[in-house]
Design a protein around this ligand. Sequence first.
Ligand code: C5J
Length: 220
Amino acid sequence: MIEIEARPYPYALPPGRTALVVIDMQRDFIEPGGFGDALGNDVTRLEAIIPTVAGLIALFRRKGWPVIHTRESHDPDLGDCPPAKRLRGGGTLRIGDAGPMGRILVRGEPGNAIIDACAPVEGEIVVDKPGKGMFWHTDIHARLDELGITHLVFAGVTTEVCVQTSMREANDRGFECLLIEDATESYFPQFKASAVEMIVAQGAIVGWATPLAKLEEAVG
Ligand code: C5J
């Protein structure tokens, strides 16, 4: 076990049983012209964490530990996008509409791709998830079990939506979850701060949080 200084108390990381999950580092959320932008958000906040997320991915690759990437995405026929999701919100572009980077949140479209700086390499698992959480309508739980993974380290966007939902799903499924707090971001600073507090509150009710430097310090 490697002990990581974290909130609310040290996180015990078992090498060989720990995977990194990078949530939705997609052009649709991070670049101008994507879904996040169409909803009226300032995407530059998310852009700022790219070097930290890339550094975290590099650390896991250096260690030879699994890296899993997720994409929030839908089939081109939108059969996996309930009307309640598609029609929600007052943005100029809805899921499935054609935007500057192709159809919003549709698999295979340029905007749905993971940004170059965090792109998966050969052999890494990529999960296409139609929901906010990484488990709903995906086979990731079985794949994690096959790999013997019991501990998940989380990064990506956005903190209070897809990251927090995925962490909560993972926590309910028995995974020990650690959030790298400077490798996640929200369009709303107060939502990020609150989400991190909710995760670590009540003795790590959802999981632990720590900055990348503390993980690097501990794992070398
Ligand atoms: C959102 C996400 N915010 N990846 N998706 O709709 O957090």
